[in-house]
Design a protein around this ligand. Structure first.
Ligand SMILES: CC(C)(COP(=O)(O)OP(=O)(O)OC[C@H]1O[C@@H](n2cnc3c(N)ncnc32)[C@H](O)[C@@H]1OP(=O)(O)O)[C@@H](O)C(=O)NCCC(=O)NCCS
Length: 145
C-alpha cells in the first residue's frame, strides 16, 4: 500500500538513498534538513509497505514563488503513479500556502521529467547553459497557480 506523508528526520537516510539512485547531483544531508526547515509541510515522502521509495521537496524563493528543489522515485517504483501523487500533494500544499508561481530546473535531456511537468502546466521559460556539474544544460520551467 502506498501513502504520501510529511518527511520526518528519521527518513533522512532513505531520502539520501533515493537521491543516490535517482539523481545525478550529490546532495548533503544538511541541505535536506535546511529545506525541511524552510517549508516543512511541502517536504513529502511516498511510502510503500513502510519503506520510503520517493520524495519531493521545495522552498520559497519569495512570498509568492516556490521552487521544487528535488523530486525522485526509486527506479523500480516508477510508472505506478507515485510521482504523480507526490507532485499533486506538493501543489496542493503550495496553493494552500498562497504561492502563485512554481519554478524548477530540469536537465534538458530528461524527457520523461520535462514531459511530466509540461502535462501539469509548466512552461519552459529559459535555458541555463552548463547548469549541472557535468556540464548539462537546464530548462527553467514555471507554472502559475
Ligand atoms: C520524474 C519522476 C519523479 C516521476 O515519477 P513516477 O513515479 O515515475 O511518476 P508516475 O508513475 O506518476 O508517472 C508519471 C508519468 O510518466 C509516464 N511514464 C510511465 N512510465 C514511463 C516511461 N517508461 N517513460 C516515460 N514516461 C513514462 C506516466 O504515464 C505518467 O504520465 P502522465 O504525466 O501522463 O501522468 C521519476 O521518473 C524519477 O524519479 N525520475 C528521475 C529523477 C528525476 O528526473 N526527477 C525530476 C528532476 S527535476
Amino acid at each position: 500500500m502506498m501513502r504520501i506523508r510529511p518527511f520526518v528526520e528519521g527518513d533522512l537516510r532513505a531520502v539520501l538513498r533515493v537521491s543516490e539512485e535517482s539523481l545525478t547531483e550529490e546532495y548533503s544531508p544538511i541541505l535536506f534538513l535546511e529545506i525541511r526547515e524552510a517549508l516543512p509541510d511541502a517536504f513529502l515522502v511516498a511510502e510503500v509497505d513502510g519503506s520510503v521509495v520517493g520524495y519531493i521537496c521545495g522552498y520559497p524563493l519569495t512570498a509568492f514563488e516556490v521552487r521544487i528543489a528535488m523530486f525522485a522515485v526509486l527506479p523500480g517504483y516508477r510508472g505506478k503513479g507515485i510521482g504523480s501523487a507526490l507532485y499533486a500533494e506538493f501543489e496542493r500544499v503550495a496553493r494552500k500556502r498562497g504561492f502563485r508561481i512554481m519554478r524548477l530546473e530540469v536537465r534538458t535531456g530528461n524527457r520523461r521529467a520535462v514531459e511530466f511537468y509540461r502535462r501539469r502546466g509548466f512552461m519552459v521559460v529559459k535555458v541555463l547553459k552548463g547548469y549541472y556539474r557535468n556540464g548539462d544544460d537546464a530548462y527553467v520551467m514555471v507554472k502559475t497557480l
